[in-house]
Ligand binder design. Structure first.
Ligand code: SF4
Ligand code: SF4
Length: 147
């Protein structure tokens, strides 16, 4: 199911209306669009609105088709951009994350030699959260402001 060669990765929040609960719309992302997903957080109860935080990977084209499919099925999609944070106390400026950050949201400041984080450039791919040895990069999964 994993399409590592494609390398596209995104963290998104999904908000489900009650009428979609019980339908396998998320499973269909894998079946219909060959996307892989990890459920980072789930809050779903039968016959009520639910929410999911998903890390999706696969081909970018399939990702876009998968999102259209979700929207057609009434799922509200909220990008996780601007919801990636850095714990400044934990970061030791090792630079490991900078080589993986495709958008250059994480980069080394040549003067200070410190790693700077520009949240505006972050695409929420989540790669830094995987590689940071001290887990300084954090996905905010508080969904209180999503409804
Ligand atoms: S990998 Fe973690 S500790 Fe290293 S520079 Fe990046 S955020 Fe800081
Ligand atoms: S800061 Fe992290 S989550 Fe954001 S684009 Fe860079 S690697 Fe991806």
């Amino acid at each position: 199911m994993t399409d590592e060669a494609a390398g596209f990765r995104k963290i998104i929040y999904l908000s489900f209306p009650p009428e979609t609960s019980g339908r396998p719309v998320v499973c269909n992302l894998a079946l219909l669009f060959n996307l892989s997903f990890n459920i980072l957080k789930a809050d779903i109860s039968p016959r009520h609105e639910g929410s999911l935080t998903l890390e999706i990977s696969g081909r970018e084209e399939n990702y876009r088709k998968g999102l259209s499919y979700l929207k057609e099925n009434g799922v509200r999609i909220i990008p996780a951009s601007q919801r990636i944070f850095r714990d400044e106390d934990l970061c030791m400026h090792c630079g490991m994350c900078t080589s993986l950050c495709r958008t250059k949201a994480l980069s080394v400041d040549l003067l200070s030699r410190k790693v700077v984080f520009d949240a505006e450039k972050c695409s929420a791919c989540g790669m830094c959260t995987r590689v940071c040895p001290v887990r300084a990069m954090i996905v905010d999964m508080n969904d209180s402001d999503l409804n």
